[in-house]
Design a protein around this ligand. Sequence first.
Ligand SMILES: [Zn+2]
Length: 159
Amino acid sequence: MSGNLPPGVTPADIDRHYGGGVPDHEHEWMPVEGLSPVLEDMAAIFHEQCRWAEVVDSYTDHRRDETYYETGAECEAERHYRFELAYVVDESGTRLDRDDIDRLEEENDERFETVMKAVIATERAFPEETEVVDIDPDRHEGQVVVRHDGFELGYGGEA
Ligand SMILES: [Zn+2]
């Protein structure tokens, strides 16, 4: 609706005037559909986008008891954060914490390669071909736990 703009002024003129800038606001983070999380390089990476939009006008339809909003600038901020691989439980039920995995690598233990192959296979198979045990995106206390081909992988937040 451009009915309440002065004669000769279009919504595009208003946009130009404000330079597309977004007023200050608290970001309202929402997961990006289909990208939350992505498993890669021994990490679960969450992508989020701000869904905030400036309300430039509103009016209330009293008969329907509804309020309509006209929105202006939309925030396009994005952020991502990652949970590092915290542990792997292998086919025999042995739990290897990240420290154990790092040590296997340092010692050139052949089990390291087995674990890495399972991690890479699981990350590629996620999410369709894995069993998703838990996805909790809480940055500090959250976790991602998935199972694939006899292995269980756990990724943890910043704690
Ligand atoms: Zn924002």
